[in-house]
Design a protein around this ligand. Structure first.
Ligand SMILES: Nc1nc2c(c(=O)[nH]1)N[C@H]1C(S)=C(S)[C@@H](COP(=O)(O)O)O[C@H]1N2
Ligand SMILES: [Mo]
Length: 302
């Protein structure tokens, strides 16, 4: 299944071929390391040639980002995240689910196919990137865990440990960082539980060993270093909404028509390029996700 791929575009037209081939070599060479004991990787591209999307370089993807547990500067995560210990790593599953329990992260994903997904990444701060993530559809994990009929939402709780995450000594947010999705969003084929980037094991600063990527939402929905997955009947709170409810909502769907109270969301700067470009509704994934929000007022539900 070629989820998220624009039908008229071959992968080789999107990614510079040398890069693409090198990446295939990576994947072949790294095998189990990339795949967390899972099977073969399948490239799935979700880019639009007309917008001339190019992959954001590895050093930028891993060197310029947000992970406030390691500091608030864009280069702090890369500098400071070496204190995180991504193995062994336990993920507790709880709430409205038939198969709760603590799982070792490798057991949780065992046997699943790790795919490659090239996704646009839009931060709420109006910068963007194009990133080749590796991961498993969250849907596969959700189905394995068997939510009960009461489960309408999933809350994702990330690591709290001031030894591993020294930035948590400052109360910038209420720790641990939490996020949430509605069940249909969690089970949407584009929603990825990410374990790697550029065919390599996920670096600590990008949320090792597992983090979420939901490409039609602002980047803050993608919680990093998840330790607890809680199936719920009610909508969970999420960190940025708790900290500034007038600025951040639950849905956080990328919407050029809903400005942040302090800045416009109409345009974005692709990191590493000079000119601004127009932000697209649902970050360019509207044809695949807009139907989930039919009938909702997306200005009220931002
Ligand atoms: N635990 C945790 N997850 C987090 C954040 C954070 O501060 N802590 N920042 C979020 C924000 S604002 C963004 S844009 C993305 C950035 O990470 P990436 O560039 O590695 O995707 O991570 C998200 N996940
Ligand atoms: Mo962000």
């Amino acid at each position: 299944m070629l989820i998220g791929r624009s039908p008229d575009i071959a992968p080789s037209e999107i990614t510079e071929e040398s890069v693409y081939l090198r990446r295939r070599e990576f994947l072949a060479a790294l095998g189990a390391g990339v795949a967390l004991s899972a099977g073969v990787t399948t490239p799935v591209h979700a880019l639009d040639r007309t917008r001339q999307d190019k992959l954001t370089p590895y050093d930028t993807v891993t060197g310029y980002n947000n992970f406030y547990e390691f500091g608030t500067g864009k280069d702090d995560p890369a500098r400071n995240a070496h204190t995180l210990r991504p193995r062994p790593w336990s993920v507790v599953v709880e709430g409205e689910v038939e198969k709760p329990g603590p799982y070792d992260v490798d057991d949780l994903l065992r046997g699943m196919t790790v795919e490659e997904r090239v996704y646009r990444h839009r931060c709420v701060e109006a910068w963007s990137m194009v990133v080749p993530w590796n991961g498993v559809p969250l849907r596969s994990v959700v189905d394995r865990l068997r939510p009960t009929s009461k489960a309408k939402y999933i809350e994702f709780i990330t690591l709290q440990d001031t030894e591993q995450m020294p930035g948590q000594r400052r109360a910038i947010l209420r720790w641990p960082y939490t996020e949430g999705l509605r069940m249909d969003e969690a089970r949407h084929p584009l929603t990825l539980l990410v374990t790697g980037v550029y065919g390599k094991t996920l670096p600590n600063q990008n949320g090792a060993p597992i983090r979420l990527v939901i490409p039609w939402k602002y980047g803050f929905k993608g919680g990093k270093s998840i330790v607890r997955i809680r199936f719920r009947e009610t909508q969970p709170m999420n960190s940025w909404r708790r900290s500034a409810p007038n600025e951040y909502g639950f849905y956080a769907n990328v919407n050029p028509d809903v400005d942040h109270p302090r800045w416009s969301q109409a345009t974005e700067r692709r990191v590493g390029t000079f000119f601004k470009r127009k932000t697209l509704p649902f970050n360019g994934y509207a044809d695949q996700v807009a139907s989930m929000y039919a009938g909702m007022d997306l200005k009220a539900n931002y």
